[in-house]
Design a protein around this ligand. Structure first.
Ligand code: FAD
Length: 382
């Protein structure tokens, strides 16, 4: 069993994120959810505190944190507001393909500007006709001189209207499926790039999500990451890294739901006693606490494996799937414990259920994760 006692540095990182979440994020969470509003002032402050670009190594100006450190921070942020957290960590997702597939020259060119100043980046993989089946993307990268022209549309792209840079996956030939896909870095300022309007979402409403249209966008060969055809493995390896923090994000939602429900159960009386004294409520609280703790340990265990340099596909998929399903179940129980008040927007728990739902869908839906888990598992028995 790995030792998960935190170092002094990890404890203070966690404390800093906790304080930021509770003083800067949580007080604005309900308003940003209702309006909805993209609280840029919160994101700028997160950047100032080093809570963005967590995966960028110190040599490029980033925080250079381990996977476990990132999970500690993400869980605390999500406790304050999951939607804001999605926007804060979107840079990690967008910049990871550069870290994994970029040359030293590309890393030095693209990464330091994000650490020197507040900028947002977006990861552009999903398309209207191809989410889970990433090999089916149709955004074309037509060879043009030495470089490429990109044409197509991406959808559900986090932070797209606010981003200054996109990492984009496009194919030289859709018939080649996975093998035809390459990864490119495209500045927002390139002619032909048009982000769409914010989508109206069920949850994570403090985050921004939109389409991005690419119309004959010129990309020089120096802005392609890896060799032609390396795009699919770069995208999959990126998601292997970023899936574990989604487990942490889901754990933060679940912990918030448990805390609200336990506190409410001590105050609300029925049949002459606090509802916390009814066994049916105690059983719910016990199951909620069990799920929260299991989510945290699975997430930390997956992160520790990644930090040891071991393959993380199986563990990160297990952590993300378990923690996101757990967050949904725990938020559902928190509403039930609140009774009718839980259904009202005046109380924070209905938002937690709406926020938890997304964690079962994005960064690879839980159906796809279960396919990955089974595939990785069966390799051991073959
Ligand atoms: C708020 C939000 C933010 C997002 N941010 C980003 C982002 O920044 N960048 C980005 O690229 N994408 C982003 N996404 C996209 C997200 O990753 C996809 O929505 C997700 O991967 C699912 O793809 P899809 O929506 O096309 O669903 P589909 O692939 O159409 O799937 C529909 C349903 O079928 C299931 N399914 C599909 N194939 C199988 C199968 N083989 N077996 C069993 N079940 C299957 C799925 O699990 C799902 O339940 C975001 C999405 C949302 C909602």
């Amino acid at each position: 069993m790995p030792d998960f006692s935190l170092t002094e540095e990890q404890s203070s990182l966690r404390e800093m994120a906790r304080k930021f979440a509770r003083t800067e994020m949580a007080p604005k969470a309900a308003e940003c959810d209702r309006t909805p509003r993209f609280p840029e002032e919160v994101y700028r402050k997160a950047w100032e505190l080093g809570l963005m670009n967590l995966n960028v190594p110190a040599e490029y100006g980033g925080s250079g944190l381990s996977a476990l450190d990132q999970c500690l921070i993400v869980e605390e942020l999500a406790y304050g507001c999951a939607g804001m957290t999605t926007s804060i960590i979107a840079n990690c997702l967008a910049l990871e393909p550069i870290l994994l597939g970029g040359t030293e020259e590309q890393k030095r060119r693209f990464l330091p500007p994000f650490c020197a100043e507040y900028h947002l980046a977006s990861f552009c993989l999903t398309e209207p006709a191809g989410g889970s089946d990433a090999g089916a993307i149709s955004t074309r990268a037509k060879r043009h001189g030495d470089g490429y022209r990109l044409t197509g549309e991406k959808c559900f792209i986090t932070n797209a209207p606010h981003a200054s840079l996109y990492t984009v996956f496009a194919t030289v030939d859709p018939e080649l499926r996975h093998k035809g896909i390459s990864a490119f870095v495209v500045p927002r300022s390139a002619p032909g790039v048009t982000p769409g309007k914010d989508e109206e979402k069920m949850g994570h409403r403090a985050s921004s999500t939109s389409t991005v249209r690419f119309e004959e966008v010129e990309v020089p060969p120096s802005d392609r990451l890896g060799a032609e055809g390396d795009g699919f493995p770069i995208a999959m390896r990126t998601l292997d890294q970023t899936r574990t923090p989604i487990g942490a994000l889901a754990t933060g939602i679940a912990q918030a739901a448990l805390d609200h429900a336990a506190a409410y159960s001590l105050k609300r009386h029925t049949f002459g006693k606090p509802i916390s004294e009814h066994q049916a409520i105690q059983v719910k609280l016990a199951d909620m606490a069990t799920r929260v703790q299991a989510s945290r340990l699975l997430t930390w265990s997956a992160a520790a494996r990644i930090d040891r340099g071991e393959p993380g596909t199986l563990d990160s998929s297990i952590a993300k799937t378990f923690a996101s399903d757990a967050a949904f179940a725990v938020a559902d129980d928190a509403i039930q414990i609140h009774g009718g008040y839980g259904y009202m927007k005046e109380y924070p728990v209905e938002k937690l259920l709406r926020d938890a739902k997304l964690t079962q869908i994005y960064e690879g839906s839980n159906e796809i994760q279960r396919i990955v888990i089974a595939r990785e598992l069966l390799k051991r028995y073959a």
